[in-house]
Design a protein around this ligand. Structure first.
Ligand SMILES: Cc1ncc(COP(=O)(O)O)c(C=O)c1O
Length: 584
């Protein structure tokens, strides 16, 4: 999309707010007059009309959006929805000739028009953005447009790519373009702060918000390749979803055998109401008591349940930066409390310095959140050092330790035993990543019972599904299988690291979990471009721009996969990078 950072305000009128609103019937004559001024009088696409107005048969079923400055029409854009059975492009090309499939989620954006006086302002950007948001709000996915050859850059900046079909109409040439709402979504997340600042200069009168209701961005865009409604699940075999940190290995054979044998019954049966058996199994395997365990449907469920219960707008929380994005999201966007960050430095590989952490904690917080090993860095703080530090933290400060990846380092590194003896330490333990159960949604909190009692009463019955409860219990019983997978993960990670170094990627963070974070050199493409290019090869990686407040635009993270997946990641990366001799 448009590089908004480099865009200068050329037009004085930019200082007036642009009002973006759905066009009313009363707006139509002025729209058709401006359309005539531009497409007949100025560009010669159409013959001049005696009434000096231009309109066509699609207009009846099109939605128009207008931009007004000080009440004057400054521009407009039009959208053709899928339901009416034809698009404007079909005036020039037959549907069968188009190089894409037009489906019930395809919308056409047309006639982006800006009056002469406002050509070099942000009016066109606001109109285009409004049209995209409109399509998104109406459940659209694919967007097609006939982009005028002289303003293709504007379409390109919104991620539209030419489809190789040129259309000549009168004296005007158009390119058939395509983009998608998911592309817009990724762009919006990456440039969230710029878009937020643009929202201040617009008087937004659309009946949906300027910014989509915020939610935290995660990996998982590979589902677009599979089909968001799971149409082509077999495609999972041809993609490499290294943008999420799921295990590369299957769940334990015990889990699979039990699922295969009992699946129809497990699916149709109500689970134990309060996960009694699961709590018991976790307690036994972790060497704690049942009262120390509170299960949840994934740690995301527990994060939302606990943090929203404990914190309010006046609370103060300390988090690492960068860290797992759901934490700043819940704290800042959902709860709205005060968040302070312990900035980890790129220059020492995002190591957490314990003296600095101890000093920051002393400043007095309601909650401190540590992800250990941290995501996206993979850096781990040793148990002994952390216990030493936490022993000095007063009971008024809760300390939440997210150990989603701890078993990769070693289960003896967990602070579960320390937590159950403490007043204020709570361990959040996902069973997704280390037990290969991400799709099941199982996690638990481990803490002293007084930390959990309120949360128990807030837990809905049957919070974890029966297949998930049974799978988790079976997984806990097969320690030997998982220990073997962790060893292989370390081996594969070391091999990946070597191969990346050989490729000229020198800045790889020394992580200890099932993923690697790295920075590309300045001469290499930005992460955004790498992501777009590798996804064409079916390889999905994570751009880290949104995972830290100061993340460099060439920071990426990949999950470790099995050898053939890793090979594909390396090949896809290699294709994007300049050869070593050019780099140096
Ligand atoms: C640090 C961390 N915590 C929690 C989660 C979410 O885990 P779950 O699948 O249990 O919701 C993730 C997922 O990426 C994570 O990285």
């Amino acid at each position: 999309m448009l590089d908004l950072r480099r865009r200068t305000i050329v037009n004085e009128k930019d200082f007036d707010k642009v009002r973006i609103a759905p066009a009313t019937q009363a707006d139509r004559p002025s729209i058709y007059r401006m359309r005539h001024d531009v497409y007949a009088a100025e560009l010669g696409q159409h013959a001049a009309q005696p009434n000096a107005m231009l309109s066509d048969a699609l207009d009846e079923s099109n939605t128009y959006i207008t931009a007004r400055i000080r009440g004057e029409l400054a521009g407009f854009i039009s959208i053709t929805p899928p339901g009416i059975g034809r698009y404007s492009v079909e005036k020039y090309l037959r549907r069968g000739e188009l190089p894409i499939r037009l489906d019930e989620r395809t919308y056409e954006i047309r006639i982006l028009t800006v009056s002469r006086a406002h050509r070099h302002s942000r009016v066109a950007w606001y109109l285009m953005y409004a049209a995209f948001r409109w399509v998104e709000d109406h459940g659209g996915e694919q967007i097609i447009a006939m982009g005028r050859a002289d303003i293709l850059e504007m379409y390109r900046s919104f991620g539209a790519k030419p489809l190789g079909r040129r259309i000549v109409s009168g004296a005007v040439t158009f390119e058939l373009m395509r983009t998608s709402v998911s592309h817009l979504r990724r762009y919006s997340i990456r440039h969230q702060s710029t878009i937020e600042s643009l929202s201040k200069h617009v008087d937004w009168a659309m009946d949906f918000p300027f910014l989509k209701t915020p939610c935290c961005f995660h990996g998982g865009s590979f589902f677009e390749a599979i089909g968001c409604r799971f149409e082509t699940l077999n495609r999972r075999e041809v993609i490499v979803n290294a943008d999420v940190l799921d295990a590369w290995y299957p769940p334990s054979p015990r889990v699979l055998a039990t699922m295969q044998e009992h699946l129809p019954w497990l699916i149709r049966t109500s689970p134990p109401t309060h996960c009694e058996g699961l709590r018991d199994a976790i307690a036994v395997h972790r060497g704690v008591r049942q009262e120390n365990i509170l299960p949840g449907a994934g740690s995301s469920d527990l994060i939302y349940r606990a943090l929203r219960h404990w914190l309010h707008r006046d609370s103060r929380v300390l988090i690492l930066d960068p860290t797992y994005g759901e934490y700043p999201h819940v704290l800042e966007k959902v709860i709205g409390c005060g968040v302070e960050r312990l900035t980890l430095s790129r220059h020492d590989g995002y190591k957490v310095h314990l003296d600095e952490l101890a000093w920051r904690i002393e400043q007095g917080y309601d909650l401190v959140i540590l992800v250990n090993p941290n995501n996206p860095t993979g850096r781990h703080i040793r148990r002994a050092e952390l216990e030493n530090l936490l022993s000095a933290v007063g009971p008024e400060t809760k300390v939440w330790i997210d150990e989603a990846y701890i078993d990769y380092v070693g289960s003896t590194e967990s602070l579960e035993h320390f937590a159950v003896e403490s007043e204020n330490v709570i361990i959040c333990k996902s069973m997704s990543k280390v037990y290969a159960l991400s799709g099941m949604r199982v996690a638990y909190l481990c803490a002293s019972p007084h930390q959990l009692s309120d949360l128990i009463s807030l837990t809905p019955p049957w919070v974890v599904g029966l297949p998930a409860q049974v799978a988790a219990v079976c997984a806990l019983e097969d320690t030997a299988y998982y220990e073997e997978q962790y060893k292989r993960t370390h081996l594969f990670r070391a091999e990946m690291r070597e191969a990346m170094l050989a490729m000229g990627i020198d800045e790889i963070v020394p992580g200890e979990a099932n993923f690697l974070m790295f920075h590309l050199d300045e001469c290499q493409p930005h992460a955004e471009e790498v992501i777009e290019r590798t996804r064409e090869a079916g390889v999905f990686m994570r751009d880290l721009a949104s995972m830290g407040s100061n993340m460099d635009s060439r920071a990426l993270r990949i999950a470790i996969k099995d050898p053939s997946g890793n090979e594909r990641i390396l090949r896809a990366l290699q294709e994007c990078l300049l050869p070593i001799e050019v780099q140096r």
